[in-house]
Design a binder for this molecule. Structure first.
Ligand SMILES: [Zn+2]
Length: 381
């Protein structure tokens, strides 16, 4: 039998960062908690599918705290949640973590007389072994929890937000993607479907001023959350799967709105999918690869302007953030490059505004950006 405490002892900070990354939430920041004097790792709130970075992992007590919504979560409770395991699947949850550590699940490899310290030492050496081994393993797709789609009847399917229409999204595209309106809360309802058309999550775009920092969140109805792990799916993969298969290429964007704009521009020829965050997880790569995709365009939001590099240099922190942003794009390109030919869309001519997605300034601008996009090649340093 696996001992949860033994497993937890063997969990290193690097392993937590890796698990989070794999589930769509790369390390965002680090800090020290002065009360308990322990290091804290900060992540996006994938626990409930939010997009703020208020999820903290306490490295000594090894538990998670979500400041937006979920509160304190013991380590394995948290893993259970992000991997969609049910209450009866605690063993599966241990196995998911254990296999990353290198724990042998076929048979208990520990001798009866082995001390706790020996166990921990063994586990640590296995961590290193497993990291080496894992590089060669094939990644299998994790199924999402499925919600009853009847819940969507709760919302108005004939009211559309004029703000989105003014930004260029057609009513036809909103209808195709099942966008609805929640009058009572003033929310735009965005259903998320897996590749088979199962409803796996509902996100909302709030129009209330008090939600300015949390515009995109999972929807709650009568206290029930319709959250999902964003890193386990791609928004638009259900609607755009034929074009993805046909063209064997994909434009990867951050937000749902860009997928809708793409549909308005190209209709059934659109092969745009959204990761719903500044990341591409291994599962998202696997999903595209299994559709036969060979070329990907990385079209994330323009958080920094490469034309302003000299200006950024004047402020140390801004310049550091800018370099981190570029480094993050490089890391993602390197990761994608293991399965695809990668083209990075970067706005070298100032077509886009701050925080714009490549889709935000019309179809012609998008096509200029696509034409300008450069094939990413690994530079030996
Ligand atoms: Zn949460």
């Amino acid at each position: 039998m696996i001992d949860a405490n033994d497993l937890l002892n063997a969990v290193t900070n690097d392993l937590v960062i890796e698990i989070m990354d794999e589930n769509g939430s790369p390390l965002y920041d680090k800090s020290i908690d002065l009360k308990t004097n322990q290091e804290c790792l900060w992540f996006r709130t994938i626990c409930h599918g939010g997009d703020s970075h208020k999820l903290c992992y306490f490295t000594k007590s090894k538990d998670f705290y979500c400041y937006t919504n979920c509160g304190r979560m013991p380590f394995f409770e948290f893993i259970k949640k992000i991997r969609g395991f049910s209450d009866g699947e605690f063993y599966e949850c241990l196995k998911y973590v254990g296999e990353k550590i290198g724990y042998n699940f076929k048979a208990n490899r520990y001798g009866i007389g082995e001390s706790r310290e020996q166990k921990i030492r063994n586990n640590e050496s296995k961590v290193i072994e497993s990291i080496k081994r894992r590089k060669n393993l094939k990644f299998s797709v994790v199924e999402n929890k499925i919600y009853d789609a009847n819940i969507l009847n709760y919302f108005d399917e004939n009211t559309f937000y004029t703000g989105w229409m003014n930004e260029g999204i057609s009513i036809e595209s909103m209808q195709k993607f099942g966008i609805r309106w929640y009058e009572y809360q003033k929310h735009i309802i965005i259903p998320h479907y897996d590749i088979n058309g199962n409803l796996i999550g509902i996100r909302r775009r709030s129009l209330k001023p008090e939600d300015a920092d949390n515009k995109y969140m999972p929807e709650y109805i009568s206290g029930k959350s319709f959250e999902h792990s964003l890193g386990l799916n791609l928004y638009g993969i259900y609607e755009n799967q034929d074009a993805l298969r046909r063209y064997r290429r994909a434009i990867i964007v951050e937000g749902e709105k860009s997928v809708l704009l793409s549909d308005t521009y190209y209709g059934n020829e659109s092969y745009t999918v959204a990761t719903c965050g500044f990341n591409v997880s291994r599962q998202q790569m696997t999903l595209l690869s299994e559709l036969g995709v060979r070329i990907v365009y990385l079209g994330f939001d323009k958080d920094y302007d490469i034309l302003k590099e000299e200006e950024y240099k004047k402020d140390e922190q801004t310049y550091k953030n800018y370099l981190n942003y570029q480094k993050r794009l490089e890391t993602l390109a390197l990761r994608l490059n293991s399965l695809f030919n990668v083209y990075i869309i970067q706005d070298a001519h100032g077509y886009l505004g701050h925080k714009d997605s490549p889709f935000d300034r019309g179809k012609d601008t998008l096509e200029l950006l696509l034409k300008d996009s450069t094939k990413w090649v690994k530079v030996r340093r």
